[in-house]
Write a protein of this length. Structure first.
Lengths: 258, 257
């Protein structure tokens, strides 16, 4: 089993970034949400061989990370988790689609390779945009904004609970693994024969914790039905930043430059 | 200001954790809720704020004209026309009454890790006022007031994960104080604390003007912070009386302590 402690710290680290005070953090959540959505949808709408055309969008994550002072390594490590899935989806193309696309220094590059690269690029851009949004906006502000926009409450709740619950569950894993190791002598890994009861216990403990966290949230006014009022109005500067992201993104997509 | 009448609470699996329990708390009064493990202390606290619904009986919260908070804010409250109505919680109480009740009764959970769930302390303390729709300017003021009244203003930007047990406990109390409750419920506040942190906490809790119900089996802490004792066993009241009960070995033993 991987080091669960490290995973917890990583997750919390991403979460604690949202408490920052840079200009990006201070933007209105609506502006950030809309900008991120437009960016993601635009990028995702590129065709399977559009690598060159989608490449300029790489500026966005770099600029945003610089402005929000987000640690590049941390965000990148989260993107890497999604990488194997895309690789798997793209690799079949690379093998099957051997039509030559162009030659580079004498090596023929097939369309399959181009489509693999495009999938990876699109994935990287979309996940990065989502991560930057989460790393610069406290979760409660995001979900409050989603509710004000009348997003289906089930969707918002699943999002909220998954986010809370993963952390809670990982914390339980950590303390159970520590307790297990202390009693299991020098063996480091969890033995196969203990895996079943370990997982069962974990699930029950996780539910228990989640229930208490949920009760504590309810005691302080959390409820699904309640639509929280906006904490502040959207300002012209918020809208300008939003447009600075949205307009070039869409223009680049619609206007064929090359 | 709080009256619990013939309350019974059952868990989904049929465990009757509270059985025909009655007592009341006056404004500004501090009551120790003493009982062995499994006596029903946590269940009672959660039932008072409606997290666990009663299967019988009722809980009522009266507007406490003499309450310490009201006195201080009397002009402001009168200006807003905010005379708090009496709230009654029964089996059939609706969502709005529950929300109102939870704004007026604050619960400090046994484990601060369950209570602190935001990335930073400041955000966490602001969570309550924000979800109750308090304006941002007032929220900021409340958060600052709550943190500095507990002497932890310097922790505002820290993550709850990087605090000591004592600091976490104070932060959890701050999250509740920011909602300006009339009544505070504490679930084993001395759990996870070393002796020095316990003494510090006892002083702070004694200084809070609100009515208090403090579930604990720490007799020294109860003696220092409470004037009255509610001794419970298997979900029912065994003794309800002055602080002396804490020093009555026979009664404590009968309660399984
Ligand atoms: N979620 C639950 N489901 C079923 N029974 C429970 C649950 N939580 C507590 N109980 C039972 O209710 C009784 C009172 O528990 P609790 O209020 O936690 O006691 P205390 O806080 O005084 O230690 C105990 O018998 C306990 O086993
Ligand atoms: Mg308890």
């Amino acid at each position: 089993m991987p080091d669960a402690g490290a995973r917890v710290r990583e997750l919390r680290a991403l979460e604690s970034l949202a408490a920052g005070r840079t200009a990006v953090h201070r933007l209105h959540p609506l502006a950030k949400l809309v900008a991120s959505l437009v960016f993601i949808v635009t990028v995702a709408s590129y065709g399977r061989y559009d690598f060159i055309r989608a490449a300029p969008y790489l500026f966005y994550p770099f600029i945003m990370m610089a402005l929000s002072e987000s640690p590049y390594k941390l965000l990148l490590s989260r993107v890497l988790i999604a990488l194997p899935f895309c690789l798997f989806a793209g690799i079949t193309n690379a093998i099957l689609d051997t039509t030559a696309a162009f030659t580079l220094g004498g090596v023929t590059v097939s369309l399959g390779i181009v489509s693999l690269a495009t999938i990876m690029l699109k994935m990287y851009l979309c996940v990065m945009a989502a991560l930057i949004l989460v790393a610069t906006t406290p979760l409660t502000e995001l979900t409050a904004q989603l509710r004000r926009m009348r997003a289906p409450s089930v969707f918002v709740m699943v999002f909220e609970m998954t986010y809370r619950y993963v952390g809670v569950l990982l914390e339980e894993v950590r303390s159970m693994i520590i307790a297990y190791r202390l009693r299991s002598g020098k063996k480091k890994a969890l033995e196969m024969k203990h895996m079943g009861s370990f997982a069962g216990h974990l699930l029950l403990r996780g539910f228990d914790r989640a229930e208490r966290v949920h009760a504590a949230m309810c005691c302080r006014g959390y409820s699904l039905k309640h639509i929280p009022p906006a904490r502040r109005r959207i300002k012209p500067s918020d809208i300008i930043v939003m447009l600075i992201v949205c307009v070039p993104s869409v223009l680049l997509r619609v206007v064929p430059l090359y | 200001m709080l009256r619990v009448s013939n309350l019974s609470v059952e868990y989904a699996d049929g465990t009757r954790a509270i059985e025909d329990l009655s007592f009341s708390i006056e404004a500004g009064e501090s009551v120790a809720l003493i009982g062995a493990n499994g006596a029903g202390k946590t269940t009672l606290l959660l039932a008072i704020v409606g997290v666990l619904p009663p299967i019988a009986g009722e809980i009522s919260l009266h507007s406490s004209a003499a309450g310490p908070d009201e006195q201080k804010n009397a002009p402001a409250q009168a200006a807003r026309g905010a005379v708090k109505p009496e709230l009654v919680l029964t089996q059939r109480t609706g969502k709005d009454t529950l929300r109102e009740l939870r704004a007026r009764v604050g619960v400090v959970f046994q484990n601060p890790d369950d209570q602190l769930f935001m990335p930073g302390i400041y955000e966490d303390v602001a969570f309550g006022p924000r979800s109750f729709g308090i304006e941002e300017a007032e929220t900021v003021q409340r958060v600052d007031a709550a943190l500095s009244s507990l002497g932890i203003a310097h922790l505002a930007d820290r993550s709850p994960l990087k605090l000591s047990g004592g600091e976490k406990r104070l932060a959890a109390i701050a999250t509740v104080l920011a909602m300006k409750p009339d009544l505070l419920l504490f679930d084993e506040p001395t759990a996870y604390l070393d002796p020095r942190a316990k003494r510090n906490l006892a002083q702070i809790v004694s200084g809070l003007p609100q009515g208090k119900l403090i579930a604990t089996h720490d007799m020294a802490f109860a003696a220092e912070t409470c004037s009255r004792v509610l001794l419970i066993r298997e979900g029912s009241v065994m003794e309800d009386g002055p602080r002396d009960i804490l020093f009555n070995a026979r009664k404590l033993e009968a309660a399984g302590l």
